[in-house]
Design a binder for this molecule. Structure first.
Ligand SMILES: [Zn+2]
Length: 225
């Protein structure tokens, strides 16, 4: 068994993945709405704080940074620390591949503070915004959105704008300057593990940006999907 301290400060114990979890993660239907990852986390968690038995709600209650951290640790204890990615260049006429090597232990972890709710005054419109941290419940709602956009995850975190619950147009109506400031403030208070990958194509120099968990070798080091 492996013990870790999550970005929120909670202590968690994990066991390695087995074939049962591998099956879950290759189930396209379950992967699509994020349910596979929820079930894998639930299966492999042996302890969370004082808890040793988990329902579906327990893994959704976790903050997103804790959830991703657990997934990275699960990969580490199940398949090792090293991840080799072969990324395809997004530039139109290139399409060449670039190899990237990641050591999971080197990923930057940011701890959450103790607050769970934040008040921020938008600099242009002077409206107060109350927002929270992203958790598994919100991730689940995001995963089933038909047309998620740049604002979907932000909107999910907003509880009130100017004293009112937000609707789907609340952010679109704000000055971009305010949105940008709100985004920065949300990032400032966020915790988690940085799985973003920024590199350049070894052939043409185009920028390649992706997330580790979106790349198949992260969870399936030797499977060609
Ligand atoms: Zn290229």
């Amino acid at each position: 068994m492996y013990t870790f301290t999550l970005p929120s400060g909670l202590e968690a114990e994990l066991r390695e993945m087995t074939g049962a979890e591998e099956s879950l993660l290759t189930n396209r239907r379950l992967m699509k709405d994020g349910e596979a990852v929820n079930q894998v986390l639930r299966n492999c968690l042996a302890r969370l704080g004082d808890k040793t038995e988990f329902g579906a709600k327990d893994v959704l209650d976790l903050l997103s940074g804790d959830r991703l951290f657990l997934l990275v640790k699960l990969r580490q204890i199940s398949f090792g620390d090293e991840v080799d990615l072969t990324l395809t260049c997004p530039a139109k006429d290139c399409g060449e591949t670039t190899d990237v090597h990641i050591a999971l232990d080197d990923l930057e972890v940011t701890s959450y503070g103790t607050e769970r709710e934040f008040i921020f005054e938008l600099p242009r419109s002077k409206k107060p915004v109350i927002f929270t941290l992203l958790d598994g419940h919100m991730e689940k709602r995001l995963a089933v959105l038909k047309a998620p956009d740049l604002h979907s995850a932000m909107l999910m975190r907003v509880k009130e704008i100017d004293g009112k619950a937000p609707n789907k147009n609340s952010l679109a109506e704000l000055p971009a300057f305010d949105l940008n400031a709100l985004r920065a403030e949300m990032q400032r208070v966020d915790g988690g593990i940085d799985t973003s990958i920024h590199t350049v194509c070894s052939s043409c120099g185009a920028r390649i940006v992706t997330r580790l968990e979106a790349e198949p070798p992260f969870l399936f080091p030797n499977v060609r999907l």
